[in-house]
Design a protein around this ligand. Structure first.
Ligand code: FES
Length: 110
């Protein structure tokens, strides 16, 4: 059975056939499947904020989905500036919204 649409209207087009995994987004469990990227799992779950832009403070959830922009930069397992669109999900991953330039920005400001 194909997953039902979530409240954001997101759904998978095909029934997932891979091994079920779980990542956490801001501490909340998100279902995923082996072979998903972090972006795929988050979008399918209705997540629409991957990063907050450094200048305007606006939310982003990816743009190119091919590893060529910076709109999907997230903090993954404590490491800033990882591209969610090209990072394969691993079971138990800790995924967090990146604010601005990530860890380096916070180090400079402190
Ligand atoms: S969406 Fe552009 S690099 Fe990930």
């Amino acid at each position: 059975m194909i997953e039902q649409e979530n409240r954001h209207g997101a759904r998978r087009l095909n029934e997932p056939s891979g091994v079920a995994l779980t990542l956490t987004y801001e501490g909340n469990p998100i279902p995923a499947y082996r072979g998903d990227t972090v972006a795929t799992a988050l979008l399918a779950a209705g997540v629409r904020v991957f990063k907050i832009t450094e200048v305007a403070g606006e939310p982003r959830a990816g743009f190119c989905y091919s590893g060529r922009c910076s709109d999907c930069l997230m903090i993954i397992d404590g490491q800033a500036n990882r591209r969610a669109c090209v990072t394969p999900v691993e079971d138990g991953m800790d995924v967090r919204i990146q604010h601005g330039l990530g860890a380096a920005e916070r180090e400079v400001q402190s």
